[in-house]
Design a protein around this ligand. Structure first.
Ligand code: FES
Ligand code: FES
Length: 214
């Protein structure tokens, strides 16, 4: 019998070894220091990046820990993108990156150099609303409006997903063309919470632009 086959640590042994590793100076430094964006003296690690937002390039020097949401709101003053939960649960911070919607609170700005970022400010103008912006107005797709920028950015990407034939969790037939049924619409917009409960009007607005009845 070899030594290798005789080595059978118990679960308790592994837990003890893991706890000991975390207690070493090196491990605790990794958890509290460099791995979390500060140098050994606790100063923030900064990076100069360029962000392409709404077809404009911006040079920014950012703490590596800055989320894309905070970069947009606090550094570029694009406050249309909202901070709701800051935990990826509400969708208020939804923006479109390289054609895909993401929660900007869950990603670091330094990860997006060279990406094409679109926020609600880049979708339309007061005099030339994006069709979804106009439809939200027409159908009263909001009450307080806090979730609305995220809802609209998400809806823009949803229509693009359907057009591209990208299936969702509720798509029954992966070989058939994707259609924006009620179930598909609700599933695809389920990451965008509206605390005012304007869901039926939001669905009507998106349905109108998609060319279907809600
Ligand atoms: Fe990002 Fe809520 S603020 S998901
Ligand atoms: Fe108020 Fe949606 S309109 S949270």
């Amino acid at each position: 019998m070899t030594g290798r086959s005789e080595f059978r640590p118990s679960r308790r042994d592994l837990l003890i070894v893991g706890a000991a590793a975390l207690a070493t100076p090196r491990a605790s430094h990794a958890l509290s220091g460099t791995a979390y964006g500060t140098d050994p003296k606790g100063a923030p690690l900064m990076t100069t990046i360029s962000l392409d937002v709404n077809a404009e390039t911006h040079q920014l020097e950012l703490d590596n820990r800055t989320t894309l949401l905070d970069a947009l709101r606090e550094h570029l003053h694009l406050t249309g993108t909202k901070k709701g939960c800051d935990h990826g649960q509400c969708g208020a911070c939804t923006v479109i990156v390289d054609g895909r919607r993401i929660n900007s609170c869950l990603t670091l700005a330094v990860m997006h150099q060279g990406d094409e970022i679109t926020t609600i400010e880049g979708l339309g103008t007061p005099d030339g609303l994006h069709p979804l912006q106009a439809a939200f107005v027409e159908h009263d797709g909001y009450q307080c409006g806090y979730c609305t920028p995220g809802q609209i950015c998400s809806a823009v990407a949803v229509l693009a997903e359907v057009k591209a034939g990208i299936p969702s969790h509720v798509t029954a037939d992966l070989n058939a063309p994707v259609r924006l049924t009620n179930a598909e619409l609700r599933e695809r917009m389920s990451g965008n919470i509206c605390r005012c409960g304007a869901y039926s009007n939001i669905a009507e607005a998106i349905s109108e632009v998609a060319g279907r009845s809600a």
